[in-house]
Structure formats: structure tokens, C-alpha cells
Design a protein around this ligand. Structure first.
Ligand code: NAG
Ligand code: NAG
Length: 630
């Protein structure tokens, strides 16, 4: 078994990948809770975190030209340049059920300033880039610094996609949606690609009506695989449930208050799926911009325009109703939502006015179409009563502006990696530049970071759909010397996804069902179900498994969810969990109220397929996009 830990991140794209089979016990990086710390340089504008940038004049060289991708080593905060041959500008990304990462689509070959190069086949200095519009770049993460992106024209798509979205499917394949042919600030009918297709290919692209009717702000459509097996799609003001298996679109009411997709770029995320919510998916959108379709293409000072401060949520398998959720108070564009192992949601990065994108126009700030950066994150608690879900309490202000083309990823130690920012057509720096190219990497340390971490024993290397539960043991020390704290222990699976343009494609957080048995010596066994017997709840592929006690997470164990193959996933009947047991003598203080549900033996369970797994990637891909306003 290998032991590498890899994340992907890029100014254009970020992803975290890991192949570790044994979790570390405590964080190796020193960090103080509720602080930011600048830790290194990404060389391109984003541990291994794999970072993929657009083609631009980065100092880091590879094979005789500026590099636009690196592997970032989280242990040493150093980089290894990687040669991505084609222009990965505004690519989409995702990981398949067998742990292969894809970085898909992009822009033409360019020269200085993002201008089209004379040669589209790699002949134009200084970048020597190749047209990336139809490219699919493959990476199998490694821990020996030898892996490379594979860019094979024989495996390209048949149509061009700049700003496509990738979504994980229950069989471990990926669906690819949308994008346009030649880029630009927003989409237009002349170059729209209102279709979807699959990887691995299931044939020619098929038309998708919502992408034809939601111009112009429908690039990087937001997609969420629902437990029903359908996909919720939100783009520009539109929304629908898409039954991709039967090619049927069910139109939903428009999203209220604001455009959420790029370039409005609202924070968005499927909230944690838990036993308490019966694994029903609720999707939260916060911020963005309330621009109407005709306002995107006029030449006016968008950078001064206030961003939206509303939040709305929807539970699409249950209802077509949009619900107002607690406001974020201060309008924010390009806020990036990151699911944390304590089942809360971090909203980080972005700006208070304007939108994503850039251009060489008089009203831009430098080239940026956003202004008034917001350097303080917020945290949302889905379990809190309405009116008190968002907090900024104790949260620090970063010293670094994270504007267009920045990204964020959860790391296996529970901290959050932040990188990128370059709302410019090339590497542009200097004292006079409003928002220069930025390659400082930074870590946000949440409230639990410097607490002693639980050190669970017996974590599996894979988790399947239904079947027998597994046992994880926690010492009395892990329970903070109060065995009743086992009532507040949780098993949480997180896929960080591919981070780009202020959202993480494929991100998902799920709490497994658990019960417990407390022993006479004050240690405890946590009985943990496998996933529900439905691969649409958490599609197969690599993910991180955390055990939390009172919200404090263990170091993550990398697991493979499912069979490790792209195939119809095996499912089996859930074996019921044993009843919870705690000796009366231990059942006093500690274990404060409530726990989290899921302690009821009647709840289903999960089975674990011990022993699979080979490589896991937690992909945090942060992709940053640069658009040129036309
Ligand atoms: C922006 O436009 C100005 C004036 O036309 C030009 O001098 C400059 O090179 C342009 N910047 C970029 C990055 O192309
Ligand atoms: C898990 O613990 C229960 C209760 O202590 C026990 O009956 C069961 O055999 C254990 N299962 C495994 C796989 O060790």
C-alpha cells in the first residue's frame, strides 16, 4: 500500500488526493485554531494538492516553457512542476469510481495576455501550449513524484467545452455538462454547447434544454446528484431536476433573489447527508449577483455593483419550493463553501462587490471585475435554528485577497488549504496592480485544529453500500476521559471534490449511522454502518473518513467508497446495528445532550468491505477561471 497524500488544487483547479492506508494520529503541521497562516508558494497561481492553472507566464518552468500545473507537497510546502500540454484554462474536473482524476475541456492555445496563439499545436513561444478545448487530461495520483497528466488526443471529446461541469454518477462514471466553444466572460448562443455526455463515453453528446434557455450566465452549471438518482441543475436563474437515465428534464421554479452561477459565483453546496435528515439532500446557495441577462454584456462598472447577501435552499427530491435561509449579512461573490468534518460549512474567499471574471476595460480594478475583497470566513451550522445558522465568531481575517481564480480544499488534518487569485489575463504583478497574480498558499485552521485528536483504531480502507457494520475503538482518552462522550461520536465521510471558480464539483459530506458499546474500562466501541444501500447517496470513488468526538475530528483515513471500479455498484441488505450500551455508572455527565441521532439500534447499518482500496484521492480541485470580457 502506498502512503502518499495528495490534494489537487490549481489556480485554475485544486484537488487533494491521498493514497494513505493508515491514518496519522495527530496533525504534523503546527497551527493555532482560528487563524490563517501563509505556508508556501504554489508557483502557479494554487500537498499533494494538484494544482492546475491556465496557460500563463508563471516563473516555474517545465520542459522549456512556463508551467501551468504543479503537485504541491503538503508535508514540505514545496512544488513539483507538471507538464500539462494543452490549455486547461477553465477546465472542469472530477474523480471516477476507480480513483482516476479527470481535468476536462479548456481554451485554445494562447500567447502573452491570453491572446490566441499563432500555432494551436504547440509551436508558439513562449508557452508552447496546445488547444485544450476537447482535451481530457488524466491523472492517477502517486506518492513517488513520478505521475504525470496524460493528454491523449485519441481520447478527446468530440466537441469543445470551456467551463464544463463534471458530476459523479452512481456507477463511478462521470457526466459532463455544458460549457462553450471559445470562452469569454459569459456564454452566447453562437458558441454555446448545450449538451451533455459521459466519461467513459456513451456516444455522441445529447441536447440539454436548460442550457439553451438560460443564456448567458450558464457556464459551469451547478449540478448535484440526488439520492433519487436524478441530478439537480441550477444555472443562471433556472433550475430543474434532470433524469439523465431517461433524458427527461423537470423544470423547477427559478432560483430567487440572485444569479448563483459564474460569473455571479455564489457559494453552493449539498448540505451534509445524515441519519437525522434521512439522507435527503438539501442544497444551499449563498451570495452571487442579481444581474439580469442583458446586464452582463453591457460595458458598465460591474465591479462597483453590490453582491447579493441572500441564502436559499431546496430539497429537490421532496419539494420544488425554494426556502429562504439565513442571510450571510454582507453580500459576497466568489465565496467558496467547504464541508468540514464537524458537519458545518465554511464560506471562505471572495469579494463584496462585482462578479468573477476580468478584462482590459477602463472600469475594472486592474483587470478585476470584483472589488472590496472579503478576507474573513463565515461558518454555517445546518443543525442550528433558523436565525442563528451563520457565525463569524472567533474567525480570523486573512492578509491575502482571494479573488477570481482562487480555491479552497479540506485537508486530511481538518484544516483548509487556500490558494490562488489572479483576476488578470496573464501573470501580472507589481505595486500598482490592484489585484495581482497571487501564489501564496495558506492554511485556515478551524476551531478544533489544535485540540488533541481522537485516535480511532480499526478504520476500514473501504466502505460499501449496505451489509455488515464495522467496529472502531476509541480509548477513554479519546473520549476526553468521559465515556459518555461516545454519544457525541460520529463517523463522517467527505469527498472534497474538484475546486474551481469558487465551487467544488463533486463535493459531498455524509454521516454514517452509528451505535456504541462502552466497556468497563471507559473505552468504547463505535459500531458504524456502511453507506446506505444506494450508490446515488454517495457515489463511488476515493474519500476521507473522519471519526469525530464532540466535533473534534480524527486525522482522516483515506477510503475507497464502493468497489473501486466503474461499474454498477454491489449493494446488500443493511445489517442492523447493535443497541447502544453504556454502564449506568458512566452515563452521567459528558455526553451532553442529544448526540446526533443515529444511536438507535433500529437504524440501519452499513457494511464495510474490508481490504479493497488502493489509491484514494480526495480531490480538492480548485479551479480558477479567467474570463476575458468581450
Ligand atoms: C490592456 O490594454 C492596453 C491598452 O490597449 C495595452 O497597452 C495593454 O497591453 C493591455 N493589457 C494586456 C494584459 O493585454
Ligand atoms: C463488533 O462489536 C460487536 C459488539 O461488541 C460484536 O458482536 C461484533 O462481533 C463486532 N464485529 C466485528 C466485525 O468485530
Amino acid at each position: 500500500m502506498s502512503s502518499s497524500r495528495t490534494l489537487f488544487l490549481s489556480f485554475v483547479t485544486l484537488a487533494v488526493v491521498n493514497t494513505a492506508s493508515v491514518a496519522a494520529q495527530q496533525p504534523t503541521r503546527q497551527g493555532t485554531a482560528n487563524t490563517f497562516k501563509v505556508v508556501g508558494h504554489s508557483g502557479v497561481s494554487a500537498q499533494q494538492v494538484y494544482i492546475v492553472d491556465k496557460v500563463e507566464n508563471n516563473q516555474v518552468q517545465v520542459n522549456g516553457h512556463p508551467a501551468w500545473a504543479v503537485e504541491y507537497d503538503l508535508a514540505t510546502d514545496t512544488i513539483r512542476p507538471m507538464d500539462v500540454v494543452t490549455n486547461s484554462f477553465c477546465a472542469g474536473g472530477g474523480v471516477t469510481g476507480d480513483g482516476t482524476w479527470l481535468n476536462l475541456g479548456g481554451n485554445q492555445a494562447v500567447t502573452w495576455g491570453g491572446n490566441t496563439a499563432d500555432s494551436q499545436t504547440g509551436g508558439s513561444a513562449p508557452y508552447m501550449s496546445v488547444d485544450g478545448g476537447r482535451s481530457i487530461r488524466f491523472l492517477t495520483p502517486c506518492d513517488d513524484q513520478q505521475c504525470q497528466w496524460i493528454d491523449d488526443p485519441a481520447r478527446y471529446m468530440t466537441t469543445r467545452r470551456w467551463y464544463p461541469t463534471l458530476e459523479n454518477l452512481p456507477d463511478g462514471s462521470l457526466i459532463v455538462l455544458g460549457g462553450n466553444q471559445w470562452g469569454g466572460f459569459v456564454n452566447d448562443a453562437g458558441q454555446n454547447n448545450p449538451t451533455y455526455e459521459f466519461y467513459p463515453s456513451r456516444g455522441a453528446p445529447v441536447g440539454l434544454n436548460i442550457l439553451a434557455t438560460t443564456l448567458p450566465a450558464n457556464l459551469f452549471p451547478f449540478t448535484f446528484l440526488l439520492p433519487s438518482g436524478n441530478i439537480f441543475i441550477q444555472t443562471n436563474w433556472g433550475a430543474e431536476v434532470f433524469d439523465y437515465a431517461n433524458n427527461v428534464e423537470y423544470t423547477y421554479p427559478n432560483i430567487p433573489h440572485a444569479v448563483r452561477t459564474y460569473p455571479a459565483s455564489a457559494g453552493n453546496m449539498m448540505l451534509p447527508l445524515t441519519p437525522d435528515n434521512n439522507y435527503q439532500a438539501t442544497i444551499l446557495f449563498c451570495g452571487g449577483s442579481d444581474l439580469e441577462p442583458d446586464q452582463w454584456t453591457q460595458d458598465w462598472d460591474i465591479a462597483s455593483y453590490p453582491a447579493d447577501a441572500t441564502c436559499v435552499n431546496i430539497t429537490p427530491d421532496v419539494s420544488q419550493t425554494w426556502n429562504d435561509d439565513d442571510s450571510i449579512g454582507q453580500g459576497r461573490t466568489m465565496g467558496n463553501m467547504i464541508g468540514l468534518p464537524d458537519l458545518k460549512v465554511l464560506l471562505i474567499n471572495g469579494a463584496n462587490t462585482g462578479v468573477a471574471g476580468y478584462g482590459n476595460v477602463s472600469w475594472a480594478r486592474g483587470h478585476s471585475y470584483a472589488d472590496n475583497p472579503i478576507r474573513t470566513p463565515l461558518i454555517y451550522d445546518p443543525a442550528a435554528p433558523a436565525g442563528s445558522r451563520w457565525t463569524s465568531a472567533n474567525l480570523p481575517e486573512s492578509t491575502v485577497n482571494r479573488m477570481y481564480h482562487s480555491g479552497a480544499l479540506l485537508l486530511p488534518d481538518g484544516s483548509v488549504f487556500v490558494a490562488g487569485s489572479n483576476p488578470n489575463p496573464d501573470v501580472i504583478t507589481g505595486a500598482g496592480v490592484a489585484y495581482p497574480w497571487e501564489d501564496r498558499t495558506e492554511i485556515f485552521f478551524p476551531w478544533y485544529y489544535d485540540k488533541r485528536r481522537p485516535e480511532p483504531q480499526g478504520l476500514p480502507s473501504s466502505v460499501g453500500y449496505g451489509g455488515a457494520y464495522f467496529n472502531v475503538t476509541l480509548s477513554k482518552t479519546d473520549l476526553e476521559d468521559k465515556p459518555a462522550n461516545i454519544k457525541n461520536a460520529k463517523a463522517v465521510i467527505i469527498r472534497t471534490g474538484f475546486s474551481t471558480h469558487a465551487f467544488n464539483m463533486g463535493q459531498r459530506v455524509l454521516q454514517l449511522k452509528t451505535t456504541y458499546t462502552v466497556a468497563d474500562d471507559g473505552s468504547a466501541t463505535l459500531h458504524v454502518s456502511q453507506l446506505p444501500a444506494n450508490a446515488a447517496v454517495f457515489p463511488p470513488g476515493p474519500a476521507m473518513l473522519f471519526i469525530t468526538v464532540n466535533g473534534v475530528p480524527s486525522m482522516a483515513q483515506w477510503i475507497m467508497v464502493g468497489s473501486g471500479k466503474i461499474e454498477t455498484q454491489p449493494t446488500s441488505t443493511e445489517v442492523p446495528l447493535p443497541d447502544s450500551y453504556i454502564p449506568a455508572s458512566e452515563d452521567s455527565d459528558g455526553g451532553s445532550s442529544g448526540g446526533d441521532g443515529g444511536h438507535n439500534a433500529a437504524m440501519a447499518n452499513v457494511q464495510i468491505n474490508q481490504g479493497l482500496i488502493a489509491s484514494l484521492m480526495v480531490g480538492l480541485f480548485a479551479t480558477l477561471l479567467g474570463a476575458t470580457m468581450l
